[in-house]
Write a protein that binds this ligand. Structure first.
Ligand code: ZN
Length: 473
């Protein structure tokens, strides 16, 4: 985001700014905070910091010390897109701590890599191999010495994201799988309360790898860190229809709240509904009908539903399921939950504008919700496609979901792809369905093929723009 004066800014939440019209306390802060902080405390030399002129650090043969701080500022700007949230004032202050007390170098390296990938500056690419080799070495060191393992977890999650941004999906999956297992070993999936003073929030059952969080902000970072790893891992497992390292029924960690809420009085946090993953499959729990829910929590719920669908679909693809009552019971149960959930989320005004051929200008909230929509509708297609030949309802569901995905594609046509690239994987599901649907109709000599071809081209154009490994072009 850039302010009206052209100064780059990043968003953060702060309890000071919480009002009824800004319930999460979201504000824009001037970027370059990391650089200014490091110049003040560590004496890092940089012409941008001292003289206010542009620092062209990427042109030097040997990277100057200041490069990290330029990239950290860029990372903070795009951190929501990387999936990791942290307490920014505390993080900035930690940069001037002694080397063994501040953030682990692996975390800084991983932030720098994500910043390079999301900066859209092709000339930064030549520095990525060096930063990547540093990141790997620092990760190995962190693990070997069991040093700052929570930083290791966040750094691994960021590295996996970086690999995905560069189209290196296999390395990305290997990285996040190992990270997910360590997350479980550290007990981060068992944080059963958002209230720091509650023993359920501070005890880490069966693990001494991480010390208990020292205050409510650390607790918030742990909860958000757990869900970040969950989201990144599920992106891979849902798409490839493979089992996730996280077993839904074993996850006790509560759904998160914006970080700013954890800085308020504990009574404030207690007042919010406290659900976890298990509750979303219980029709009477109330977990799926929370009005105006934080979009990030909606994404997490969508991930759980999508994984359930991916598991059913994997079953449908390999075994004779038609005689299994249990399969159909699970099938229609998940279908019901998803249909109800889509209704709770409601229609986005910009989607209506796009559907009627207008030029929408979606808000930040609508862009966040766009992901949830595409995610849920991709899951509907995943679930129903094997049955469209014999079941009209399944065919209707698939075509209806395809239509919504196309509406979203039109809605985000002019949005910076750095804010929407994660929609790519779910759009791909709809696109692949469309290709197969066109083949089926061609065989039958269906006359609507030219119409579907227009849809295909439209979806394809959006996906080319979003494709993660094209992001810097
Ligand atoms: Zn510099």
């Amino acid at each position: 985001m850039t302010s009206e004066t052209g100064v780059p800014r990043y968003m953060m939440t702060s309890p000071i700014y919480v009002t009824p019209s800004n319930p999460t306390g979201l504000i824009a802060r001037r970027a370059r905070d990391a650089l200014i902080q490091s110049i003040r405390c560590l004496g890092v030399q940089c012409p941008a910091g001292h003289l206010g002129v542009e620092c062209r650090w990427w042109e030097l043969d040997e990277l100057p010390r200041c490069y990290k701080y330029h990239l950290i500022d860029c990372f903070l700007h795009y951190r929501f897109q990387s999936g990791i949230e942290l307490h920014i004032p505390r993080f900035l202050a930690s940069l001037s701590l002694p080397p063994d007390e501040g953030p682990h170098p692996a975390l800084i390296d991983a932030m720098c890599l994500v910043a390079c990938a999301l900066s859209r500056k092709p000339y930064l690419r030549k520095h990525e191999p060096y930063i990547l080799s540093q990141a790997r070495a620092h990760l190995d060191q962190s693990l070997a010495e069991a040093d700052r393992l929570f930083d290791f977890i966040r750094a691994s999650a960021l590295l996996s994201r970086y690999y995905a941004l560069r189209g290196r999906f296999q390395e990305g999956f290997i990285t996040i799988s190992a990270c997910a297992k360590l997350t479980i070993a550290c007990g981060l999936h068992k944080i059963a309360s958002r209230v720091w003073s509650d023993p359920r929030a501070r005890a880490v059952p069966g693990s001494s790898l991480l010390k208990p969080p020292r205050d409510p902000v650390e607790l918030a970072e742990r909860i958000l860190g757990f869900w970040a790893v969950f989201v990144i891992e599920r992106m891979y497992t849902i798409h490839d229809r493979i089992p996730s390292a996280f077993v839904d029924d074993e996850i006790e960690t509560v759904f998160p709240l914006p970080l700013s809420y954890f800085e308020m009085e504990p009574e404030m946090v207690v007042g919010f509904p406290e659900y976890s993953l298990r509750d979303i499959f219980e029709p009477d729990s109330g977990a799926m009908c929370i009005p105006n829910e934080w979009p990030y929590t909606r994404v997490l719920k969508g991930m759980a539903l999508s994984q359930r669908v991916a598991n059913l679909r994997a079953l449908a693809d390999v075994v004779d399921f038609t005689g299994s009552k249990e399969f159909w019971r699970n099938f229609w149960a998940i279908d019901r939950i998803m249909q109800d959930y889509i209704e709770v989320i409601g229609v986005l005004p910009s989607m209506t504008v796009a559907a009627s051929g207008g030029k929408p200008s979606p808000s930040a909230r609508e862009i966040n919700l766009a992901f949830i929509y595409v995610q849920l509708h991709a899951a509907v297609i995943h679930l129903h496609e094997p049955f469209i030949a014999e079941n009209d309802t399944s065919h209707r569901r698939c075509m209806g979901s395809l239509e919504v995905v196309v509406q979203i594609a039109c809605m985000i046509e002019d949005v910076d792809p750095r804010y929407t690239y994660s929609l790519y994987i779910c759009m791909r599901t709809a696109y692949d369905f469309l290709i197969r649907e066109m083949d089926r109709r061609r065989e039958k000599g269906d006359p609507v093929i030219p119409q579907l071809e227009v849809t295909r081209q439209r979806l394809s154009a959006t996906m080319v723009r979003l494709a993660p490994f094209r992001i810097i072009e």
